[in-house]
Design a protein around this ligand. Structure first.
Ligand code: SAM
Length: 228
């Protein structure tokens, strides 16, 4: 599965995408992540990527040309949807991430060697956002990570990439599972039950007896009672 991220701050991704689960998944080529610097596509002699909004107003907007050219280039390799990260987009939930992952996995079956692969193209805004004509004509989906405004789309892009990646078979290792977690179908879309590990007594605080009883049925029952 391929992820292409378009940003004017490519270095932001260096640490997160090169650690832990995502690092391993990339190494094993379960997911491929490509970061593209939108500024490199600017035709402006100073590589400018922003300008004042027509009609006035505070701040700057990202101009359409570099974004369009970056998208045009990336489209040669990735035929998946273009997702613009935006505070007024659809809020990403576990359920929505599952829908995306399912759709991508289905589409990936139609991938042909040497042709553009399916995946996600994540477009990160900065400043006051991007020119509306890009949103109207070249973006397929708009996703938000919550009802608040961040300085840029890079953190949201990482959130979307992370939540979808861990639903792709093979990304999580043997010891990890996305099945029985908060908001999963298995837990009836509710919040996860409390979990404990060794020692059974920590500074006088004991773990619930049932969990050390060895009675699998009772443990299962207890867990389902504890989901909220
Ligand atoms: N003027 C925009 C508005 O009022 O909706 C906010 C622009 S914000 C300062 C700059 C960029 O950060 C946005 O274009 C978007 O890419 C990203 N961003 C900020 N908050 C976000 C959120 N909650 N979810 C997704 N992307 C967000």
């Amino acid at each position: 599965m391929r992820f292409d991220i378009l940003t004017i701050f490519p270095e932001i991704f260096d640490s997160y995408l090169n650690e832990s689960i995502i690092k391993r998944a990339r190494k094993e080529r379960i997911i491929d992540i490509y970061i593209h610097d939108i500024r490199k596509f600017s035709e402006d002699k100073h590589k400018k990527v922003d300008d004042k909004p027509f009609g006035g107003g505070p701040g700057m907007l990202m101009t359409p040309q570099p974004i369009y050219d970056a998208l045009f280039q990336v489209r040669k390799f990735n035929r998946g949807p273009v997702v613009f990260l935006s505070p007024d987009g659809k809020i990403i939930t576990q359920r929505l991430a599952e829908k995306f992952a399912k759709r991508l996995l289905k589409d990936a079956r139609k991938d042909k060697p040497g042709k553009p692969q399916t995946g996600l193209i994540l477009l990160c805004g900065r400043y006051e956002g991007i020119d509306q004509r890009i949103r109207d004509n070249f973006v397929d989906e708009e996703l938000s990570i919550g009802k608040y405004v961040l300085t840029g789309g890079e953190l949201p892009a990482m959130v979307v990439l992370d939540v979808i990646s861990r639903l792709i078979p093979g990304v999580l290792g043997h010891d990890e599972s996305a099945e029985e977690e908060s908001y999963s179908k298995a837990l009836k879309r509710k919040k996860e039950y409390p979990q404990y590990t060794r020692p059974a007594n920590f500074m006088g605080h004991e773990v619930p007896d049932v969990l050390t009883s060895g009675h699998h049925e009772q443990i299962k029952e207890w867990k389902m009672k504890k989901i909220k």
